[in-house]
Ligand binder design. Structure first.
Ligand SMILES: Nc1nc2c(c(=O)[nH]1)N[C@H]1C(S)=C(S)[C@@H](COP(=O)(O)OP(=O)(O)OC[C@H]3O[C@@H](n4cnc5c(=O)[nH]c(N)nc54)[C@H](O)[C@@H]3O)O[C@H]1N2
Ligand SMILES: Nc1nc2c(c(=O)[nH]1)N[C@H]1C(S)=C(S)[C@@H](COP(=O)(O)OP(=O)(O)OC[C@H]3O[C@@H](n4cnc5c(=O)[nH]c(N)nc54)[C@H](O)[C@@H]3O)O[C@H]1N2
Ligand SMILES: [Mo]
Length: 778
């Protein structure tokens, strides 16, 4: 974990980075299959050990059920017909992590100074258990101490109201926050007077939002769950579902059984994409599982745009060879704009340059193109491999163009499908968590609540770090997440956060962001999704929206881990009441007493939620309207789906350097580390590894297993270093290395971002490896 002497952009010492909890790193064989019985056993074991059989049974039989709670691990949608156990190994880990009966005792705060906690790893911090009382670190002190809820809210209100402008505060959200909380949180920020609403989406699918809004008029998936069953071809790009969306493998297996072909595009041969054993079926338990991918295209990092353009070029060539038989002319004429310009650009594509950018052969690109041409219904899914790139927005626009050519949007079994990360990150946006909400949304908000919300755009996540660094932002408030660990350029981010006057974290468990604080700091403990939430009007439920725009209720199932914890809705309501009093006549106390009142407001502000309270009580919830999916209507500047023109771009790899991607292991949820293993990639007991292609290892004069220092290179010429990592020979694409986030965030320069969306280019860091200067004691 990061040590305390970290300087902005400075040299991070490997000994500090390594965590005392990394005893003996072992590298074994990578697995080609995912899930199966070991996974399901693996998933039950921690639950049984931590929670005991009764709690485990209560939780595991209600996850993702129609009257249960929504799994907080990812935004993968639920099928209409549920399995008895509708969860995956990693969902079980997330539930167990939250529902542990272990709590942080009051004595912890006096015994552990902030200075001493700086040396603790994210893993250790998470292991301390659930937070159960509000605590306050006064300015000048090195320890948190318990504080009453009333005093905590009073204090935050005093600090907020003392600012010279509301824009000196920033209100961060992580995507686990439910719709009801998100709605009143953005309402509070805007009633207070700022659009500074950075969120985790800024670091995640922002590029998707930007590209899709401009091309199809909505930043969301254009498919419904059932479309997977009807597809002829599913292309999985830049995504590792075996680890991050394990239940998607079941959907892919079903699709496959219905005759679909699957193409995966990834620099890494991820387990699960290759072979999958379904734990829900006998075949999965005793058999070899299903071979999922028909074609695995081992792309070079950042080469997806070139690949998509090269495939489009082949589609256009096929049309030229047999006019009128390949393109969906009817669709193109009626529903799209910019076709001629798109064709001219693609026809001029330099195929050699494109092939080089992909690192693929012509035959491999032909195979993808031929499948695309043969398939009537095509879905393309993607995640962080595409969005966290410098050219992400242009890449995703090319992806949309390829789909438009054959009318693959707005018909059954076809569409564009970004697979979201956090379980309600999409819903938070729908509820107004965005620094750039449209005037349409803000007008509706103003009309409902009778105030004038601020109109200039606020700060996103990166701009918030810059604002903190410049001393412009003085109060940082976070509902969930782990901002300093999740954002890039850790040293810069941590130094920025230390400059704040006040930082407040609403959290379930300890993490790095509680330790790297402003002058004064508070931690406000909150209920998790698994827990029963009782308010003045009785038990409450909340709601979430998944990756395919389905909104449904989530009911807590087990008693709260301790009596003195408030729900997120209570915390935000009380914060708003303390800060604003009756400034705008909003009944904050009423929101806390009865969440139906929040939903009533939402039904008058957010389109698609008109009968929210009624619809959300239906088993399974309801699906939001979606123009492209439902009626091929496109809310763009031309009222049509937009073909676009994007110049071919490839990430240059300087001589002797590698392109490093920063990704997730199988045993983590973002910055939460469940264990130090990565079973599918054969890593045990350590995370300080860099995966490198064996030919690159040889070319760089290194050896498998050698310890190296990793330097990232960026135009600001600051040295960013991660010391003493172990080189692991791995079948990744040539020139493309990989290491784990969040440790490797140290290497990602803050301003290395996707054009237009400002998302950190976390998958495209240019690095140089040098034999380690310090070697860890054996
Ligand atoms: N268990 C678990 N579940 C999770 C999460 C978790 O941490 N743990 N996180 C949640 C969140 S917030 C999110 S956003 C999602 C993330 O889900 P993913 O996007 O699957 O997560 P990453 O580990 O970042 O994996 C990115 C994938 O893209 C590939 N890739 C990297 N560069 C390129 C490239 O240039 N081109 C292509 N085609 N592929 C590339 C990588 O090899 C890797 O397979 O998962 C969500 N679900
Ligand atoms: N280099 C690199 N950086 C990345 C990424 C990458 O792939 N590479 N991925 C990016 C992506 S996709 C994302 S989404 C961000 C994630 O950024 P964040 O969302 O900020 O980070 P998380 O690690 O998901 O946050 C975990 C913390 O949330 C708190 N928490 C958990 N459950 C609850 C709850 O129910 N309520 C509340 N209030 N708090 C809760 C816990 O205290 C926990 O420690 O990171 C981004 N950063
Ligand atoms: Mo994410």
């Amino acid at each position: 974990m990061l040590g305390k002497d970290v300087k902005p952009g400075g040299d991070l010492n490997g000994a500090e980075l390594r965590d005392a909890d990394y005893p003996d790193l072992e590298i074994g064989h990578k697995k080609e299959w995912a899930v199966g019985v070991p996974a399901i056993l693996n998933s039950m074991e921690p639950a049984l050990a931590a929670m005991g059989p009764a709690r485990t049974a209560r939780l595991m039989t209600t996850i993702n059920q129609k009257d249960g709670f929504d799994c907080m691990s990812c935004a993968w949608p639920d099928p209409g017909k549920r399995h008895k156990l509708e969860f995956c190994e990693n969902g079980a880990k997330a539930v167990t992590w939250e529902a542990t009966p272990v709590t942080v005792p009051t004595s912890f705060w006096a015994e552990n100074s902030l200075n001493s906690l700086l040396d603790r790893s994210e893993y250790w911090l998470g292991q301390q258990g659930r937070l159960i009382e509000p605590v306050h670190k006064p300015s000048g002190s090195d320890n948190y101490e318990p504080i009453s809820w009333d005093r905590a809210f009073e204090l935050i209100a005093e600090r907020l109201n003392a600012l010279s402008s509301p824009d000196e505060a920033a209100f961060y959200t992580s995507g686990r926050t439910a719709n009801e909380t998100a709605f009143i949180y953005q309402l509070f920020a805007r009633a207070f007077g700022t659009n500074n609403l950075p969120d985790c989406s800024n670091m995640c699918h922002e590029s998707t939002g930007t590209a899709l809004t401009e091309t199809i008029g909505i930043g969301k998936s254009t498919i419904a769950y059932d479309d997977f069953e009807q597809a002829d071809l599913i292309v999985v790009m830049g995504q590792n579902p075996g680890t991050n969306h394990p239940r998607m493998l079941g959907a892919l297996e079903d699709a496959k059984r219905n005759g679909a072909k699957i193409v995966t595009v990834n620099p890494l041969p991820e387990a699960g994409l290759i072979r999958y054993k379904n734990p829900q079926t006998v075949r999965g338990i005793i058999g070899r599982g299903t071979q999922l991918s028909d074609h695995f295209l081992q792309i070079r990092s950042g080469g997806d745009m070139a690949l998509l353009q090269a495939v489009s070029k082949r589609v256009l060539a096929a049309e030229a060879a047999a006019p009128g038989t390949v393109l969906d002319h009817d669709f193109i004429d009626k529903h799209t704009h910019g076709f001629e310009e798109f064709v001219a650009n693609i026809e001029a594509l330099d195929e050699d340059a494109a092939r080089a950018a992909t690192g693929l052969t012509d035959e491999e690109i032909d195979a993808f193109a031929n499948l695309y041409l043969k398939s009537e219904r095509v879905i393309i899914t993607w995640a962080m491999g595409l969005t966290q790139q410098k050219n992400a927005v242009a890449t995703l626009k090319e992806l949309i163009s390829l789909l438009l050519l054959r009318g693959n949007i707005g018909k059954p079994g076809a569409g564009a499908s970004p697979i979201r990360g956090h379980s309600n990150v999409q819903g938070d946006r729908t509820m107004g968590i965005w620094e750039q909400m449209s005037d349409r949304f803000l007008d509706a908000l103003d009309a409902e609540f009778g105030f004038a919300s601020p109109r200039p755009h606020g700060y996103d996540a990166l701009q918030t770090v810059d604002g903190l660094t410049r001393g412009e932002i003085k109060v940082f408030f976070a509902v969930g997440g782990n901002f300093v660990a999740a954002i890039s350029d850790t040293a810069v981010a941590e130094s920025a956060m230390r400059g704040a006057r006040l930082t407040v974290q609403v959290s379930t468990k300890l993490n790095r962001s509680h330790v790297v604080t402003g002058e004064e700091a508070l931690i406000l403990p909150t209920l998790g999704r698994t827990e029963v939430d009782i308010q003045a009007s009785g038990p409450q439920f909340v709601s979430v929206e998944d990756s395919v725009c389905a909104v449904h209720a989530s009911h807590g199932k087990i008693p709260p881990v301790a009596p003195n914890i408030l729900s997120e809705v209570s915390i935000v309501s009380r914060l708003a009441a303390a800060t604003l009093g009756d400034r705008h006549g909003i009944d904050w106390a009423g929101f806390e007493a009865d969440y139906d009142r929040i939903r009533d407001h939402i039904s008058r502000v957010v389109p698609g939620f008109e009968h929210f309270n009624e619809d959300v009580r239906r088993k399974g919830g309801f699906i939001l309207p979606n123009g492209p999916r439902d009626a091929r209507t496109f809310d763009t500047s031309t009222g049509k789906a937009m073909f676009t023109v994007n110049a071919l771009w490839a990430l240059e790899r300087p001589e002797g350097r590698l392109i490093l991607q920063t990704m997730r292991s199988h045993d983590q949820f973002n910055t939460t580390i469940y264990s130090l293993n990565d079973r599918y990639r054969g890593v045990k007991n350590g995370r300080d590894v860099i995966f490198v292609n064996p030919d690159d290892i040889a070319e760089l004069g290194l050896e498998d297993g050698q310890r190296v220092d990793i330097f990232s290179e960026w135009k600001d010429e600051q040295d960013r270093v991660l010391r003493d990592y172990r080189v692991v020979s791995y079948p990744t694409a040539r020139g493309c290395a990989a290491a784990y986030y969040p440790e490797a965030n140290v290497l990602v320069p803050l301003h290395s971002v996707s054009d237009r969306s400002n998302t950190p280019a976390s998958k495209a860091v240019i690095v140089r490896l040098e034999p380690a200067r310090v070697t860890a004691p054996a």
